[in-house]
Design a protein around this ligand. Structure first.
Ligand SMILES: *Cc1c(COP(=O)(O)O)cnc(C)c1O
Length: 442
């Protein structure tokens, strides 16, 4: 009886507290200083480009829920495929066994990827997809009996938060506590027509010792939506390829239409040897990572010698529910209406970019397909940027627009179903923010 009363009281207490309050007693959020962070917004449902909180307030999801959503929230086609798959098979071991959703997804995905991708290796998220790519390249050279060990990456890169992925990412405040534990990587500057000859010489000097080069093609996402010169990148990649260096295109953010083409590598002539995918892969519905490679890489692991096996896997490798959702998302992605939507968004962005360029405090307006980014001029030291982040969060939360700056970089990266009217509201909120910011400075 007493147990029952206590349980009931706990239940009533829970009923009275908001989601946001209950969260603060039990949750540790990502990238969040829990002591100073404002209470999180409790989200209860989503539809299209809109998310709704527990008070019934609606927010336009202008950054695709951390760059993952592409067709909108709770898309009926994806929901239906998930339900159909859930009625048949939730999960099965993927070593020694296989299933329809994993095979069909690989069959449909490989032909649309850049280069000659021949094999799909499934894992759980973007970071694991990168870990797998790194392990494949390192072991590829060992299996071939060639002593290539060095890895190349760009300064300011972001490839994930696990140790291998952190190692090939730029060193920053985000990695500082772990820097001593990260393996050595050679970092290159982003290429441009001026520094290209020096970069080619640098790669030439590293030559035969280098196993692989991992890069975010055309746009460095987490590094601040940094967009860089496609012809220079292409020349650098061609040079690496000529030196036998394996090319790992990390399309985790740029993949599935963000930069205008289906994949950012589609804008380059040099094909990648490997591609990593996640984020938009499932339309932002469930977590999944994919690493693909060419037949040549795959074949270096075929042997009667067990030591040449790729010893890597995860419990939920190729989860059938996730594969079914990725397949449903891919079908929507390949419909002509999806490409039309991306062109429409790009055109709206182009027009707004012209307006932005005339604003005080706006610097370096840039666009790649459906991604629009710019810097807010702060004119002061780093501490002010932290202050700026707080101001921006509060401002956009109030305006019911989900925008989350990277330092003093503000960007829009919407789901492709966002309407012109919703985009207009996002643009207006930015202009209002700039007006308020201008007043606040003086
Ligand atoms: C987000 C991201 C990752 C890491 O993916 P997670 O699923 O967050 O682990 C890796 N590379 C790039 C380019 C990314 O944008």
């Amino acid at each position: 009886m007493r147990f029952f009363v206590v349980r009931t009281m706990v239940y009533i207490c829970r009923m009275q507290k908001t989601l946001s309050e209950r969260d603060q007693a039990v949750i540790w959020h990502p990238y969040t200083q829990m002591q100073t962070a404002p209470a999180p917004v409790g989200i209860v449902r989503g539809e299209g480009a809109v998310l709704e909180d527990e008070q019934g307030r609606q927010y336009i999801d202008a950054t695709s829920s951390w760059w993952v959503n592409i067709h909108g929230h709770a898309h009926p086609h994806i929901t239906q495929r998930l339900a159909e798959q859930a009625a048949v098979l939730h999960h099965s071991i993927f070593a020694g066994y296989t299933h329809e959703p994993a095979v069909t997804l690989a069959e449909r995905l490989l032909p649309v990827l850049p280069g000659c991708q021949a094999r799909v290796f499934y894992s759980d998220n973007g970071s694991t997809a990168v870990e797998v790519a790194l392990k494949m390249t390192i072991q590829y050279w060992q299996n071939k009996g060639l002593p290539r060990r060095k890895l190349l990456a760009f300064h300011n890169a972001y490839h994930g938060d696990t140790f291998g992925a952190m190692s090939v990412s730029g060193r920053s405040v985000f990695t500082r506590a772990f820097d001593d534990y990260l393996f050595e990587v050679t970092f290159l500057d982003l290429p441009n027509p001026e520094n290209l000859p020096a970069l080619l010489a640098q790669v030439g000097a590293l030559g035969e010792a280098t196993a692989a080069f991992i890069f975010e093609p055309l746009v460095q996402g987490a590094g601040g939506m940094v967009m860089y010169d496609a012809p220079s990148l292409d020349a650098l990649l061609a040079h690496c390829r000529a030196k036998g260096i394996l090319l790992i295109a990390d399309e985790i953010m740029t993949g599935f239409g963000r930069t205008g083409t289906n994949f950012a590598m589609d804008q380059l002539a040099t094909p990648p040897d490997m591609v990593t995918l996640s984020k938009g892969l499932t339309g932002g519905t469930m977590a999944m990572g994919i690493t693909t490679c060419t037949a040549e890489i795959y074949e270096a692991f075929l042997s009667t010698d067990k030591l040449k096996t790729l010893f890597h896997g995860h419990s939920f490798t190729a989860n059938p529910l996730t594969c079914a959702v990725a397949l449903a998302s891919l079908e929507l992605f390949l419909e002509p209406s999806c490409a039309e939507n991306r062109r429409r968004i790009a055109e709206q962005h182009r027009q707004f970019a012209e307006v932005l360029a005339t604003q005080d405090d706006v610097r370096n307006v840039r666009q790649a397909g459906t991604i629009l980014a710019f810097e807010i001029h702060t004119g002061e030291a780093d501490s002010y940027i932290n202050d700026l982040a707080g101001f921006l969060h509060a401002f956009f939360r109030e305006k019911r627009v989900m925008l989350r700056p990277l330092g003093n970089t503000l960007y829009i990266l919407p789901p492709y179903c966002i309407t012109n009217e919703q985009l207009g509201l996002v643009y207006n909120s930015i202009l209002e923010m700039l007006a308020a910011y201008g007043k606040r400075q003086v």
